[in-house]
Write a protein that binds this ligand. Sequence first.
Ligand SMILES: Cc1ncc(COP(=O)(O)O)c(C=O)c1O
Length: 457
Amino acid sequence: MSTPARPVHPLQNKTRGSAKRYEEAKQWMPGGVTANIKYFDPYPIFMESASGAYLYDVDGNDYIDYNLCYGALMLGHGNPQILEAVQKQFEQMGTPVLGTPHELELEMAKRLVELVPGVESVRFTNSGLEATMFALRLARAWSGKKKVAKFEGHYHGGYDQVLLNVRIRERKQGMPPYVCADSMGVSEEIRKQTVVLPFNDWATTEQILNQEVCSIGAVILEPVQAGFIPPDLDFLKNLREYTHHYGIPLIFDEVKTGFRVGLSGAQGRYGVTPDLTALGKVLGGGFPVGAVGGRREMMELASPLRSGDILSGERNQEGGSTLFHSGTYNGHPMILTAGLKTIQALEEKGAYQSVEDATMRLQKEMEMILKRNGFCGQAVGVGTIFNLVFSNKPVREAQDVLDSERTLRRKLDNFLLEKGIYIKPLNRFSLSSVHGPEAIAETLTRFEAGVKQLKKG
Ligand SMILES: Cc1ncc(COP(=O)(O)O)c(C=O)c1O
């Protein structure tokens, strides 16, 4: 008996060039991609160029981009001010990178201290991953305790200490999450050193923290889960009070929310200040970046004035110990130039309001289109990011997303890609300052066509 032919994926007819390149890429890179998150079925689309709110693929198709490099491009693609500033900076310096301290580091550090409430002192990194990794090391050095408490469904980058319980697994409400590694190679030792907490469920969180309070050296969370599930204010405040009371450093991972939900991040929006903050994405204006900021006395643990430089082997007279933090490209001048220009643009009057208004319009109208076509879907979000969840239950935590109709959402995403709306399937929608009324209207037309196709089945 012959096996039935696989149904043709909605994308396949218009993305033959991507399919061909993907077949080749598989021979040279594991799974044909250079980051696991970039894969989706049947194959990722190979893009060639971008402008404003649009991406263009190798087959000549256009897409309105709602991935925006996983939220990083708050000003959209090819912002002319950023481009000009970066070119000018290169010419002025005569090189892309000096490999020494320079004034742009100083300028950006001052801006972050001015804008982000919990930041009194700053270190730059090359990615969000490095920022959370450094923040965790600082926190544990400060508290002198080993265990890390993180939240179910929260992502902090792809390294051992936090690659646990990012994937959501079924669990009964009120039951503590079972600690599970999400990657091969994460050791049992690390699993044992990790405590996993349920977001927006203070009673269970407090119960778990009480059991482990003597050994927890850091609590880290995304203040807005996955960039779109808002925190209950009381939950955030309770967590802040608890960690303060027991001397456990609280880290806000604002890699997604920093400069997305406002210039002062989620901590400014909700009025809850952490001890340490990790930043990234928007801060780089489209270039790879990260930063850690926090309480001065904590940050000072990283000062080489305490004990010298471990690589040269020299020790200072005081002979104290230092918390090591370094990186060849930390504080890269081209990147900080792009970041400073981005902040400057976002400081213009009404800059956030107009993106938030566009986001709100899109959310409301998408919900209406779904309803008109007989689907029950919510556009859940904060500020300039939202996600579509097929359920009528309030979405307060990871489990609520797990319980939603994800298969339906996945099918819709395939149709949306085919209609020219670019999102990573099942992922968030992020907007930018160039998603103006025309792009939004065009998106809604394409969205309705996708929903109608979903209805047809
Ligand atoms: C909240 C959060 N933290 C950390 C990271 C890791 O940042 P990067 O990919 O720049 O290493 C991400 C990336 O998506 C993120 O969303």
